[in-house]
Design a protein around this ligand. Structure first.
Ligand code: DGY
Length: 322
């Protein structure tokens, strides 16, 4: 099997106890042709969000049986094409939920309270006196937290807001949560239009699909309060980054916090020049404990499938029963 990116040595050792492994031991992403070449004769692959599993790649790698993504999101996989080729796809749910919810909440707070902007000001030596409204930000406690995408991570953020910060939580999701989960999260289901209009802090946690490409673009930003903040820890492409930079520059919304970007690791140049945005390099799940758990879960899937035909967290379980 193939490990497409550098992972923890102990996880690589564990894989090697069960299967023959060729590994990329660097942080360089193999271009598509190189990935396809290295997958020749391999039954499995451990991937990250950077490796795309496309119909073309699958057509050229007939021996491939499993692709194990070291991420909960799997928009880098063409899942129907995997299923059509009899390739099992797996991801790493649950082990990163709380770590990612912590980060989403932290990014929302940093955005609301202008932490990055004020730190840059201080580091640049501009702080020479106190003033009454210097870097005055938006209240977090007691304000309205809007969540678009109410899966496990969205629910974790809702609980943090409602239980820890006394926030009123509203959400919109493809499917409404059951009453018990809504009660546990203290969350009220609203339409997308009401979510946009009412949220003081809007956090995006929905999976990327073609249908929600630019789910937040100029028309949606225009429906938000001028005092509102927007946080994206979901995927690049859900927000129209050019429209967001424009909305931040003109004060259509107050501030944004972004951990994911369209075309990352490239960042839209306009976002780099607006001050009221906190930018982080896709690190929401990045604690060593969680990244180890993610790598181990991807390895568990590979070992279980390649040695016993089983899987821990299949995305397309129909392949198991085929
Ligand atoms: C995920 O798991 O989908 C995160 O974005 C980490 O890459």
């Amino acid at each position: 099997m193939l490990v497409a990116r550098r992972i923890f040595p102990e996880v690589l050792d564990r894989l090697r106890q069960h299967v023959e492994v060729e590994a990329n031991e660097t942080d360089d992403v193999w271009p598509a042709a190189e990935l396809a070449r290295r997958l020749q004769g391999k039954a499995g692959a451990l991937t990250t969000g950077s490796e795309r599993i496309t119909p073309e790649l699958l057509a050229g790698t007939p021996g491939l049986r499993i692709v194990a993504n070291m991420a909960v999101g799997f928009n880098n996989f063409d899942v129907p094409a995997c299923t059509a080729h009899g390739v099992l796809a797996t991801n790493t749910p649950d082990v990163l939920t709380d770590t990612t919810a912590d980060f989403g909440f932290a990014l929302m707070m940093a955005t609301a309270r202008r932490m990055a902007e004020s730190e840059h000001f201080l580091r640049a030596g501009h702080w020479n006196r106190w003033s009454i409204d210097m870097f005055a930000g938006a209240e977090v406690h007691g304000s309205t937290l809007g969540i678009l995408g109410m899966g496990r991570i969205g629910q974790g953020i809702a609980r943090r807001g409602a239980h820890g910060f006394g926030m009123r939580v509203i959400y919109h999701n493809r499917t409404r949560l059951d009453a018990a989960t809504e009660a546990d999260c203290h969350a009220t289901y609203v339409s997308k239009a009401d979510l946009l209009a009412q949220a003081d802090h809007l956090v995006l946690v929905l999976p990327y699909t073609a249908d929600n490409h630019h789910a937040i673009g100029a028309p949606e930003l225009a429906q938000m309060k001028p005092t509102a903040t927007l946080v994206n820890i979901a995927r690049g492409g859900i927000v129209d980054d050019a429209a967001l930079a424009q909305a931040l520059r003109t004060g259509q919304i107050a501030a944004a916090g972004l951990d994911v970007f369209e075309g990352e690791p490239q960042v839209h140049p306009d976002l780099l020049t607006v001050p009221n945005v906190v930018l982080t390099p896709h690190i929401a799940s990045a604690t060593l404990k969680t990244r180890r758990a993610m790598a181990n879960m991807a390895a568990d899937n590979l070992i279980a499938y390649l040695t016993e035909g089983k899987a821990v967290t299949p995305i397309n379980p129909e392949v198991l029963n085929a």
